[in-house]
Structures are given as structure tokens and as C-alpha cells.
Ligand binder design. Sequence first.
Ligand code: ADP
Ligand code: MG
Length: 246
Amino acid sequence: MVATSTTECPQAAEAGGEAMVRLCGVTKSYRTARGQLRIFDGLDAEIGRGEMVAIVGRSGSGKSTLLHLLGALDRPSSGQIYCASTLVNALNAKDAARFRNERIGYVWQFHHLLPEFTAQENVAMPLMARGMDRRQAMDEAAVWLDRVELADRATHRPGELSGGEQQRVALARALVTKPELLLADEPTGDLDETTSELVFGWMQRLHREQGLTSLLVTHNLELAGRCARVLRLEGGRLVDATRRDS
Ligand code: ADP
Ligand code: MG
């Protein structure tokens, strides 16, 4: 991690520079019945284009909150967030939705595929959401199902697929729009060890082949250790936890 001090943020962060992600003095608090709950206490971090970074930290440390902020699903209390050449903390709801559709691929612990639609329809959905006609969207979805080696499952509904297959469909759906940044929130959290390994392998492969920048939130320290960089959320801060074995 290239730590950036808060004071140098305004100039350095102008357009995010070469970085895919740049956080400058980001704080986040939630208002609760018992007062303010402070989650982030001034996050400064930079993630370069093409990096695959694991984000670890105990449950409740703010890992999901961080991905929500990066994906413009939520706003920081203060600070600046540049993500995929966009100052995301300043987006209105409409621009935030567009930013997500155009720049970000999202994968969650639970696949969130729509149960009444086939695998192919699920993958085509983000393309239709941006106005592509159904036939073209379905063609592109077919290419993506083939890419994750599930072409023979195109007409199956999510309930007819295994957990690992569901996550591969979710990866295809996340990437069909050709995003620059893949955000994955515990994508193997609900899978057994062998299947986690396979899904992680798919992420690594797609990261490389598609020239992505990937952020993987995971509890699995073994998988995290296989990412080029590991950041740990701890006490409201991001610290570099990359192991450098000599
Ligand atoms: P993690 O993903 O690391 O387990 P989260 O980002 O989900 O952690 O949550 C961080 C903390 O913020 C937790 O203590 C959680 O209870 C709290 N939190 C998350 N969302 C909200 C919200 N909308 N309102 C109040 N507190 C929240
Ligand atoms: Mg979480």
C-alpha cells in the first residue's frame, strides 16, 4: 500500500491519477440509538490498476462498508473516494447507478441471482439494464457462460446449480459489462474448501485475462495470502498486512 497522508490528498488525488482506487481521509459513522458508531477513522489508501488485493479484518470491522463506499452504494461521512476515475462520494443516485453499471462488477457471498430466470438471462440482465436489446444481451451472456465453462447450463435456473456454479454465473454477470474493477465481498464465504479454491481460481484467471483490478474481501487467510497485497481493516484504519516471505 502506498500510504498517502491526508495533507497531500487534495493535489495528489485530483483525478485519482494512475490509481484505480484512492481513499483520502475517509471517515464513516452510523447514527445508532446509542449515538454515533464510528467505523472508519480516516482511511488513506491507494490501489493501482491491475492489482489483486485482499481485504481482511474481523467481522464488523467494516469490510462490506468499504466495498459499498467504493461501489457508490453508500457515502462516506467525510473524505474523498476516487474509484475508476470517478469521484464517487459526490455522485447523485442516478450517476451512482450508472457508475456501477459501467465501471464496477460486484460479487457477493450469496449469489443474488434471480431465481425465476435462467443462468443466461441472469448474466444478460446488466446489459439489458443499460438498454441493450435482448437478443444481443443474450448472445453476449452466452459468450460469458462459455468463458466460465457453463455453456451447457445456460438454460438452468440458479436453484438447479451447485454453489460453485452459482458463483461462476455471478462472476459472469459481474463481468459481462466489461468493468474495470471487480469488488467481491466474501464470494467464497458460503462454500466448502474445495469449491472456494475453484471459485478463487476463476477469479484469478478472469482477473488476469480481463485485465481487471480486483478487491477480494475474505475471511480465508490462505486465499488472501495468494493475492499480491493484503490490507487489514483494524480499529477504523487500513493497514498493510502483506506477508513478505524472504
Ligand atoms: P464486515 O463486513 O467487516 O463484517 P460491515 O461493514 O458489515 O462489517 O459492518 C461494520 C460495522 O458497521 C458493524 O458494526 C455493523 O453493525 C455496522 N453497520 C453496518 N451497516 C450499518 C447501518 N446501516 N447502520 C448502522 N450500523 C451499521
Ligand atoms: Mg461483510
